[in-house]
Design a protein around this ligand. Structure first.
Ligand code: AMP
Length: 304
């Protein structure tokens, strides 16, 4: 079993009502691969950084079992940089800076073993690059999940729709679902999006949880209510990493198992938001993850 993850490996500067973290480690692929590493060890990473990216952070990824053969390190160039500021309602944030830097010319050449990946997580990235990755795969994967964001809808909607047409699962947030579909009601938006190609749609609703749509079926997983959300950055990516990591571990791509994967993804995201950057998802144990999943289970049970 192998899980290919693609996306940004980046520096972030983040302001939330609880503080500011400057030039910390971020990037969709970073969060995805760390979260997935708690479920499966055969993770292949395809991304690009500049030579400003700290070696010790790459060593940390390696220590989590993430294969970095597909990570390109460009001499004399700067890594992708993103800066964002969250509102008091941390479901809302403003992007202050997106510096593509090294990402602008990224050619995601996959090492040979990556071309037979069984599970593929296309993290938030230029849609053309996501497509280039799909084009290099030799065998049809068991599952391809794609995550994206409003930024790419604004600047590359046509390319994005082409890649969306090729994946099994699309994960986006509620505002992005509205933008992509042109429908406000999420149930209607989901219906429209499911005609665009994906068989499954996950709509992330921040502190209000996540919804899974498939055919005429719908499942809702709440987010764990927390006393303190320090930094929501990467919650969506961490969710995606936990989601596909759980599916890869269990080898079961059925709708019923995706419902369980939604809970595992949500549990991982709940750790992510407790601290700035990747600090909330470093050093977790299986016991802590299972205990948190148990809290979801208790929260969702009712005798009627
Ligand atoms: P999330 O909070 O799940 O949307 O993910 C935030 C992470 O995505 C940050 O660590 C950023 O480095 C990264 N990011 C922000 N904007 C983009 C973008 N346009 N494309 C790819 N990754 C991005």
């Amino acid at each position: 079993m192998s899980l290919l993850t693609v996306g940004t490996v980046a520096f972030d500067t983040i302001e939330t009502p609880h503080g500011k973290a400057e030039m910390v480690i971020g990037g969709a692929c970073t969060y995805i691969s760390i979260a997935a590493s708690y479920f499966t060890k055969n993770i292949q990473l395809s991304a690009v950084v500049g030579d400003d990216f700290p070696a010790k952070e790459l060593d940390y990824l390696k220590s989590r079992g993430v294969d970095l053969e597909g990570l390109q390190i460009k001499k004399g160039e700067k890594s992708f940089f993103w800066a964002g500021r969250y509102h008091t309602n941390m479901n809302h944030r403003d992007t202050l800076v997106t510096d593509l830097n090294v990402l602008a010319n990224f050619d995601p050449i996959l090492p040979a073993p990556y071309c037979n990946a069984e599970y593929v997580m296309l993290g938030n990235l230029t849609p053309d690059i996501q497509m280039q990755v799909l084009d290099q795969l030799k065998a049809k994967p068991k599952l391809v999940v794609l995550d994206t964001m409003n930024f790419w809808m604004n600047v590359a909607m046509d390319s994005l729709k082409k890649v969306i047409a090729k994946v099994d699962v699309l994960t986006i947030n509620d505002e992005e679902a509205r933008q992509l579909s042109g429908e406000y009601a999420l149930v209607k938006a989901a219906k429209v999006i499911l005609t665009m190609g994906p068989k499954y749609l996950v709509i992330k609703k921040g502190e209000h949880g996540a919804m899974l749509f498939h055919q005429n079926k719908m499942f809702y997983a709440p987010a764990l209510p927390l006393e303190l959300v320090t930094d929501p950055t990467g919650a969506g990516d961490t969710f995606a990493g936990g989601f596909i990591g759980y599916i890869a571990k269990t080898g079961d791509t059925s709708y019923e198992n995706m419902k369980r994967a939604l809970i595992y993804g949500s549990a991982m995201a709940s750790f992510c938001v407790e601290k700035f950057s990747i600090d909330g998802i470093k050093g977790l144990t299986q016991e802590r993850i299972e205990r948190r999943v148990q809290r979801f289970k208790e929260m969702m049970q009712v005798s009627l």
